[in-house]
Design a protein around this ligand. Structure first.
Ligand code: MN
Length: 723
């Protein structure tokens, strides 16, 4: 079946094997069918675009998979074709390439900032894990630029042109594809600065007429010069593009009239010695402009560009001349692709198998990037990992954020702003709600949800990789900890003032700061809160009460703790106490809950002072308290305040009959009380029975008791107790 739309490509693929040509034809038929009925904005059938892209790739003599990908590159994005069907028809390699190009098509530069453009280029490189993805994308962009004028809206033309100028032209340069780079730049420039472009074109035409075909004359002159020293070479000459001239002027603010450097000539010779001989001849024939000579043969550019550059004067004009060998020329024009062609030719002559040829150019690229300077240029097998240690993602406004690999939504939040990090409660990746600790992938769009009253958790430190996030969390926790200790210190001192029948005021502490080696009142309160000093020490220092200063507590004041509490229960009155306002003291900072007895709101509690760490809260029945019978000064009464909305850990031991499904039954009963199981451990397992220890997340003793009584009612449970 013949199609006129295949013709342009057919002309370019004569150099490919018969089998390859058939493969290309198959891909054409597939794409033609997929895009059936679709039109470009030029009103041409859509298939003309993939054909043009494939033709550009075939022109560059790229491998068969790149050319086929050129034909298929828009089928997944723009038609109902699935990646699976491409995989089925054309194999994994083509499917991977098509998917790579499709992913790239979905990202778009939205910002004007220079730094963003650099990050965006890195993102494109990071997402092109196979360099052929980038080559297809560049060919795609080149054809879109060639047909840019058909786009209806100026805004959209401008956006494409700007993206081309800022992203794709520099990328083309980076991999050494100068011909494509130059065309992309020139076409983008024409769209972005149409007036300047037109005036340059007119001036250049005029110059050409005035100069009486000066380019041809210089060309002839150069040929004669070469001939005189016996060097065989080709000479070509051309006017520079408006963009390349403008690019020079705009930086130096030179008027067009002053620009004489508008012509460029190229001498292509057979060998490196010929390059230097040609240079010698040129330098002795023309006036050399000082400071313009560059030897990129001796010192190639990072992308392996090689040439001799010089600028000479001729009849008031300066003329740029590049001298290079044929191979250098091919590399200068087609970069990595040219490497492949040359490699292939030499491999052909050595009669090496087809497979060796197919990946020859990739291996060469590997050589280039391996020897290239800079850690970013790194390549692994056929995979191009330009930025193995970075991920690039977007804010909802399209700004690009660059983060180290492994970064999570919390890192992202802190990278945007430390305030956003401190207040973030949850995150969305590509519109989907995810846990904050979720790792970010290249190209993700990340949205952070904040709440004004939210605070960072010390546990976040485990989920971050950036120093910025880590230090912000630490700083926050440190400050919070200090304010918590100060609050706790106030409570304790207040209590001892109360005992003395005095009213506490901060200023009253001023005279005794020196006694405790503190700079200010906050420091002293902090020291009390974290257990350095007791409330008794403060009041005795203040009221010169030496009895208490000695830290000997009269035994009659503290009987057995239990009996004291029991008395209190009997009378129904709260004992003198320092209230632990659980609500504004974050557990884990100033106040810790003992892991031995897991106190819950509703339990009678007592605090043990631990120097430098504040207080650990135990239940009144906890055995640990026995060790403090003779260290009563380290104990402080405590009671619960508002604890609504907080979760505490309650630990229970369940003995149950071993039978399939029984554990599920127990879990269901716990779950029906809207309680999460934080941890579960089998402590004893016999043939008939098992003992299980559950850590349950509960709000208070009431909830735990209700769970326990529900479990007691369960037939498979033989015993339940809180431990
Ligand atoms: Mn396309």
């Amino acid at each position: 079946m013949n199609s006129p739309y295949f013709d342009p490509l057919e002309q370019k693929i004569g150099g490919y094997s018969r089998a390859d040509q058939a493969f290309i034809r198959k891909a054409f038929d597939f794409a033609n069918e997929a895009h059936k009925g679709q039109e470009r904005q030029s009103k041409e059938p859509y298939i003309t675009h993939p054909v043009a892209v494939a033709s550009i790739l075939a022109d560059m003599h790229l491998d068969i998979f790149s050319v086929v990908t050129g034909l298929l590159h828009d089928t997944v994005e723009d038609t109902s074709t699935s990646i699976e069907s491409i995989q089925k028809e054309f194999g994994n390699e083509v499917a991977d390439l098509v998917q790579g190009v499709t992913k790239l098509s979905k990202i778009e530069l939205k910002s004007h900032k220079t730094k963003e453009a650099e990050n965006f280029r890195k993102l494109v490189l990071a997402m092109s894990d196979d360099i052929r993805v980038l080559l297809v994308k560049l060919a795609d962009r080149l054809h879109n630029m060639r047909t840019l004028s058909y786009k209806k809206f100026q805004e959209s033309r401008e956006r494409t042109a700007r993206e081309t100028m800022e992203i794709y032209a520099p990328l083309a340069e980076r991999i050494g594809m100068h011909e494509i780079q130059e065309e992309l730049e020139d076409r983008a420039f024409r769209e972005l600065k149409p007036n300047i472009y037109e005036s340059f074109i007119k001036r250049l035409e005029l110059l050409q007429v005035e100069g009486d075909n000066i380019i041809e004359k210089v060309k002839e002159d150069l040929k004669k010069t070469l001939f005189s020293v016996g060097v065989i070479g080709e000479v070509s000459g051309r006017q520079k593009t408006p963009y390349s001239i403008w690019n020079k002027t705009s930086h130096k603010e030179v008027k067009f009239e002053q620009i004489s450097d508008v012509m460029a000539f190229r001498i292509i010779v057979n060998s490196i010695p010929d390059c230097y001989q040609a240079l010698g001849a040129v330098h002795s024939h023309y006036t050399v402009l000082p400071g313009k000579f560059k030897d990129y043969i001796g010192t190639p550019k990072p992308n392996h560009y090689q040439s001799l550059h010089t600028t000479v004067g001729h009849q008031g004009q300066s003329i740029e001349i590049q001298i290079r060998t044929k191979e250098m020329h091919a590399i200068a024009e087609y970069g990595v692709a040219a490497h492949w062609e040359y490699k292939q030719k030499s491999l052909d002559s050595q009669n090496i198998g087809k497979e060796g040829r197919q990946y020859g150019w990739l291996r060469t690229l590997l050589d280039i990037l391996d020897t290239a300077n800079g850690p970013e240029e790194f390549l692994e097998h056929t995979k191009m990992e330009m930025y193995p240690n970075r991920v690039f993602c977007f804010t909802p406004l399209g700004e690009i954020i660059s983060l180290p690999k492994g970064a999570t939504c919390i890192d992202f939040a802190y990278a945007v702003h430390s305030d956003i990090g401190n207040k973030c409660t949850s995150a969305k990746i590509n519109g989907k709600l995810v846990p904050l600790r979720t790792e970010i992938s290249n190209g993700d769009q990340v949205e952070v949800i904040t709440s004004p009253n939210h605070e960072p958790s010390p546990a976040w430190e485990k989920f971050v990789v950036t120093g910025r996030a880590r230090s912000s969390i630490r700083r926050y926790v440190r400050l919070k900890k200090r304010s918590q200790f100060i609050t706790l210190g106030v409570r304790i001192v207040e209590k001892y003032f109360e005992k003395k029948g005095k009213k506490f005021e901060r200023q009253l502490l001023e005279p005794i700061l020196e006694n405790f080696n503190c700079q200010n009142i906050d420091d002293l309160l902090f020291a009390v809160g974290n257990g350095e000093y007791t409330g008794q020490e403060i009041v005795s220092s203040l009221f010169h009460d030496n009895d208490i200063m000695s830290q000997q507590i009269p035994t009659n004041q503290f009987h057995s703790l239990k009996s004291q509490k029991e008395k209190e229960l009997d009378s129904g009155k709260p004992a003198s106490c320092f209230p632990i306002f659980i609500k504004d003291l974050i557990p884990g900072l100033a106040v810790h809950y003992a892991k031995c007895c897991h106190p819950l709101p509703g339990d009678k509690i007592i605090g043990i002072r631990i120097k430098g760490k504040g207080y650990t809260v135990h239940t009144l029945g906890c055995e640990v308290l026995n060790q403090y019978d003779d260290k009563q000064d380290r104990l402080e009464d405590a009671f619960w305040n508002e604890t609504e909305g907080f979760q505490f850990t309650g630990r229970i031991k369940v003995s149950m009959i071993n039978q399939p499904g029984n554990l599920g039954m127990v879990s269901n009963i716990i779950g029906s009380e809207k309680c999460n199981i934080g941890n579960l451990k089998i402590t004893n397992r016999e043939v008939e029975f098992s003992d299980l220890v559950f850590d349950l997340e509960v709000q208070n003793t009431g909830q735990l008791e209700s769970i326990i009584s529900n479990l007691k009612g369960c037939l498979v449970v033989t015993k339940v107790e809180r431990i």
